[in-house]
Design a protein around this ligand. Structure first.
Ligand code: APR
Length: 242
C-alpha cells in the first residue's frame, strides 16, 4: 500500500487525528529527544534529567539543560509539515485533532488551533511545590532557577517529567479523539513512551493508523500502513490536496 492509498483515506476521513513526536520537528533543526544529548550533555540520558528527583538533586544542572533547549528553540521555525497540518485544520474546521508529545510549541507557532500538548510547553515555568501566598505576591528572584524570595520555592519548566501524570483534561481529549477517529497519522515518534504511544494503538483498534517515520518505530507492528519518509516531506503530500 502506498502514499496514494493513505491520501485517499485522508480525503475520506470524517475525523482525522494526528499524533506527533520529536521527529516532527527534526527538519526544523530541533534534535529529537533521544538525539538531543550532545556535547556536554552527551553522558546523560533523558530519563536522568527529566525527572523531579533529578531536578531536586541537581537543580542548577537540570535547569541549565532546559535553558540550553529553550535557547536553541529561539533560532528555529515550523517546517512544511507543521504548516501542512495547520493549513489543513484551517481549511477543515473541527475535522482534525492534533495531539503532540512535543514541548517545542512549533505546531502552535505554525497556527494549528487547539493543539493537545500531552507533555506541556518548555517555554513556560510553574512552581515546583504548591505555591504559597508569598510565592505569588511578588515576582520570583532571578537564579538558576528563579525562586520565591520568601520561602525558596523554585520555578521549574512546565513540562511533564518521567513519572508524572499527564494533564488529565488533555489526555482525556486525546483518548476520545483516538477512539473516534477514522484515521490517525502517527508522525515522528519512536512510540516507546506511554500513555502517548497507547493512543496510536487505540486508534488502530478503532479505525486506521498510519506511521510516518524514516526509521522503524515501536508502533510499526500496529500500523495499517507504514510510510518511510519524513514529516516535512510526506505531510504536505498527504494533506495539501484535501
Ligand atoms: N520525520 C519523521 N520522523 C522522524 C524524522 C523526520 N524528519 N527524524 C527522526 N524521526 C523519528 C525517529 O526515527 C524516531 O522514531 O522521530 C522519532 C523520535 O523519537 P524520540 O526521540 O524517542 O521522540 P519521541 O517519540 O517524541 O519521544 C517521546 O519521550 O523523552 C520523552 O517526553 C519526551 O515527548 C518525548 C517522549
Amino acid at each position: 500500500m502506498s502514499l496514494a492509498q493513505v491520501r485517499e483515506w485522508v480525503g475520506a476521513a470524517r475525523r482525522l487525528a494526528v499524533l506527533t513526536g520529536a521527529g516532527m520537528s527534526a527538519e526544523s533543526g530541533v534534535p529529537t529527544f533521544r538525539d538531543a544529548q550532545t556535547g556536554l550533555w552527551a553522558k546523560f540520558r533523558p530519563e536522568e534529567l527529566a525527572t523531579e528527583n533529578a531536578f531536586r538533586a541537581n537543580t542548577a544542572h537540570v535547569w541549565d539543560w532546559y535553558a540550553m533547549r529553550r535557547e536553541k528553540l529561539k533560532g528555529v521555525a515550523p517546517n512544511a509539515g507543521h504548516r501542512a497540518l495547520a493549513e489543513f485544520a484551517l481549511r477543515h474546521p473541527g475535522r482534525l485533532t492534533l495531539i503532540t508529545q512535543n514541548v517545542d510549541g512549533l505546531h502552535q507557532r505554525a497556527g494549528s488551533p487547539d493543539v493537545l500538548a500531552l507533555h506541556g510547553n518548555i517555554a513556560q515555568d510553574k512552581w515546583l511545590d504548591a505555591p504559597r501566598r508569598c510565592c505569588t505576591a511578588q515576582p520570583p528572584v532571578d537564579g538558576r532557577p528563579p525562586r520565591c524570595a520568601v520561602c525558596g520555592n523554585l520555578r521549574r519548566p512546565a513540562v511533564v517529567w518521567f513519572g508524572e501524570m499527564l494533564p488529565v483534561d488533555v489526555l482525556e481529549a486525546a483518548e476520545a479523539a483516538a477512539q473516534a477517529c477514522d484515521l490517525m497519522l502517527v508522525v515522528g515518534t519512536s512510540g516507546v513512551v506511554y500513555p502517548a504511544a497507547g493512543l496510536a494503538r487505540t486508534a488502530a483498534a478503532h479505525g486506521r493508523m498510519v506511521v510516518v517515520n524514516p526509521e522503524p518505530s515501536d508502533l510499526d507492528d500496529a500500523a495499517h500502513v507504514v510510510l518511510r519518509g519524513t514529516a516535512a516531506g510526506l505531510l504536505p503530500q498527504l494533506l495539501a490536496h484535501t
